[in-house]
Design a protein around this ligand. Structure first.
Ligand code: NZQ
Ligand code: ZN
Length: 391
């Protein structure tokens, strides 16, 4: 295991009714709040009313940034920063999924930067500080509720880029599985694929001796596989929703990556972000399409052992079979599982043809300092081949 410094600073309030802590927790940071939310699901479900009533009861003043898109835009971030500066906001409260949370994080970081916040995404400026945020999560997927990163889209430049800084990690997150009962089947499925993909990104690494992290990773994958389908078939199954919700946070909060080196680069996320940037597709759907094709592309004599481990431990494949047979069966099982959740398996199914594959492959490599991923670093041709195999 490689050296690491452990720090997962977000306080989690998990379970039914935990929203009752909202007022108390916010007041530790201030009493002027910007609420950030999406296209209105929180109004339909009643979570909005529940939250604002608590703010009122606690004499907390609030302003709102609504209408945040899935794949949140830099334009929303700019709008949010303007409100925070005008109203001297002290705390940001996203209520929703990863999009609202990511938007809130970059508003918080942009508040302390005098130029255009897009500079923070393209690396022209570095995040130095951030307004504190706390989240109320309504969709299990990205893990943004417990990590320090955010992904923002610029539709004018066809770029979807990420930024991270320790000060961007939420101070607290309220995880009430009942809030996810209303998540539609397709978003539930995409969320499960996203969680599994976060696990894959650190599981398929070149560090061999992080045995403990790999077993924890397998536990999260098994949880997703066991409960993903149940959550889709029975949206109000609390056991399923709660297990998926906690899996979402644990998959990306750092736990699985510790001891694997700070410089390991993610692979399929980098390839997927170009799909979302060009076609505005759902992140988890893009990942489900790409992952099995990435696995097939990178599989070789040096790393087959990892796919064997995955095949035996996750899919229960007979260990007496030939290594490549196990690896390929494991990849098939991964695709079959995503299919069973009703997720698309090809780019064609989400309306993507050959027209931009070349540009997207170049962009994926450019945005990642020349090669994508570190499990098996991929050049432009490799990324293009993975896109082609996904058509
Ligand atoms: O906009 P509203 O009306 O709220 O509806 C949303 C949206 O349409 C709906 N929804 C959310 N909770 C609901 C609900 N509908 C009914 N009932 C509920 N309880 O679901 C739709 C998708 O929401 P969104 O927030 O976009 O989804 P998700 O959580 O998957 O976030 C996706 C974004 O996060 C980024 C993705 O790239 C994408 O931009 N990611 C962020 C990461 C991070 N910060 O660490 C890591 C991830 O890998 C990912 O890249
Ligand atoms: Zn993801």
């Amino acid at each position: 295991m490689l050296n690491f410094n452990y720090s997962i600073p977000t306080k989690i309030f998990f379970g039914k009714g935990q929203i009752e802590v909202l007022g108390r927790e916010i007041k530790k940071y201030g009493s002027k709040v910007l609420i950030v939310y999406g296209k209105g699901s929180i109004k339909k479900t009643g979570i909005y009313n529940e939250a604002v009533n608590i703010l009122k009861d606690n004499n907390i003043d609030y302003w709102e940034l609504a209408d945040v898109d899935p794949n949140p835009r830099i334009t929303s971030v700019r709008e949010g920063i303007k409100i925070c500066k005008e109203k001297e906001v002290e705390f940001i409260l996203p209520i929703g999924g990863g999009s609202s949370i990511d938007c809130a994080k970059v508003i918080g970081a942009g508040y302390y930067y005098d130029g255009d916040p897009w500079d923070l995404l393209i690396g022209k400026a570095k995040v130095k500080n951030s307004l504190p945020i706390g989240t109320v999560l309504t969709l299990s997927a990205t893990g943004s509720e417990m990590d320090a990163g955010a992904v923002i889209t610029n539709m004018e430049t066809n770029q979807k880029l990420s930024v991270g800084h320790p000060t961007m990690a939420p101070k607290f997150s309220i995880l009430d599985p009942e809030y996810t009962f209303t998540v539609p089947k397709n978003q539930t499925a995409a969320g499960v694929a996203d969680i599994m993909s976060h696990v894959f990104e650190s599981y398929f690494s070149r560090t061999k001796e992080a045995y403990l992290q790999d077993r924890m990773a397998e536990a999260i994958l098994k949880t997703c596989i066991k409960y993903g389908k149940i959550a889709i078939d029975e949206p109000e199954n609390y056991e399923a929703r709660s297990n998926i919700m906690w899996a979402s946070s644990l998959a990306i909060n750092g736990l699985l990556g510790y001891g694997k080196g700070n410089d390991f680069k993610w692979s399929v996320h980098a390839i997927e972000h170009e799909l979302s940037a060009y076609y505005d597709i759902t992140h988890g759907v893009g990942l489900a399409i790409l992952y099995p094709n990435w696995m097939r592309h990178v599989l070789d004599d040096e790393n087959v052992y990892k796919f064997v481990e995955y095949g035996i431990n996750i899919w229960g494949i007979d260990r007496n079979k030939n290594d490549y047979v196990i690896a390929n069966e494991a990849i098939d099982k991964t695709r079959e599982y995503f299919n069973s959740l009703g997720l698309p398996a090809t780019l064609e199914e989400v309306g993507i043809g050959k027209e931009n594959l070349d540009k997207m492959a170049k962009a994926a490599v450019d945005h990642n300092k020349g090669t994508v991923g570190s499990f098996k670093p991929l050049a432009y041709e490799d990324v293009l081949n993975i896109y082609m195999a996904s058509l």
